[in-house]
Design a protein around this ligand. Structure first.
Ligand code: ZN
Ligand code: ZN
Length: 282
């Protein structure tokens, strides 16, 4: 089993510990590679995003750790960048000019108005109560409408590009799955999701198998039901814990690898000495 993780948070954003604590835990589990991907700055402040002014220090701290642990573990610098609109996403010069090893792009927000302010955002991965309220208020109480909007934004994100890894690609099912009328195996959902996967494959992007909620909620992003489609489309995958706590760095990895093997996957994509390579699943 590959011991690596490329999606992680630390106290530069909403992670609960210093970057070095994550590295120490990864080392204690004999990890080969560890990547940081704090929530990138947004055009507005939230409690979970890094502030733009902290970005230079974040990059410096990762550099310091790379040097300190260079003979023990490969450490990489990344960011998890929100796709908000065609004007604010991973492809803009602000993010492209940063000296990063990789970029993850994710959707946490669906803007409901042109002005990019926190109050104009529908949060898809906050509390269920908040999600339910948003579906009723902005999407006529119709789960299909918000799911459709989520995948439209996701497709736009992939079209805009500027990143390497699609973050938690179907996280809409975390809250959506509890809302009446949601069915990830129904034709209407399948059509939207498979169309999205086909576009990801066309653009040659990697998809993460996100284990953040696998043990606590028995939820995987993507839903295991769709693993065979991802395999058929030959989309490269990697397993990430999206951890916010050092002791959860390795959470759900073993279980995800079992699911991948059972689905027929033979490789994961890994950063090896700074280059993405396919590594055999063992
Ligand atoms: Zn995320
Ligand atoms: Zn994350």
């Amino acid at each position: 089993m590959q011991l690596s993780n490329y999606h992680s948070h630390c106290d530069f954003c909403d992670g609960r510990s210093k970057p070095e604590d994550f590295v120490k835990f990864a080392l204690s589990k004999n990890f080969r590679a560890y990547g940081f991907s704090s929530h990138a700055p947004l055009p507005f402040e939230t409690f979970w995003n890094m502030s733009g002014c902290d970005l230079p220090e974040y990059l410096e701290e990762i550099k310091r750790l790379q040097k300190k642990y260079q003979h023990k573990i490969e450490i990489y610098s990344g960011l998890e960048i929100d796709f908000l609109t065609k004007e604010y996403n991973a492809s803009i010069p602000y993010f492209q000019e940063l000296p990063l090893d990789y970029r993850i792009s994710s959707i946490h927000f669906l803007p409901i108005s042109e002005e990019l302010k926190e109050e104009n955002m529908v949060t898809i991965d906050g509390s269920y109560k908040e999600f339910e309220k948003s579906v009723k208020h902005y999407f006529e109480g119709d789960i299909r409408k918000i799911v459709k909007r989520f995948y439209l934004s996701s497709m736009e994100m992939v079209e805009c590009g500027g990143f390497d890894i699609v973050g938690h690609l179907d996280k809409i099912h975390m809250n959506g799955g509890k809302y009446p009328g949601f069915d990830a195996e129904a034709f209407w959902y399948k059509k939207l999701f498979i169309e999205y996967l086909v576009l990801i494959a066309e653009k040659g992007l990697m998809v993460e198998i996100n284990t953040k909620n696998l043990l606590p909620k028995k939820e995987l992003y993507p839903l295991p039901f769709y693993l065979p489609v991802i395999l058929d489309l030959k989309i490269p995958i990697l397993v990430n814990s999206d951890t916010h706590y050092p002791d959860l760095v390795n959470d759900g990895r073993q279980e995800a690898f079992e699911l991948l093997k059972n689905a027929g996957f033979k490789f994961t994509r890994e950063l090896m000495n700074g280059k993405w390579e396919d590594c055999a699943l063992t």
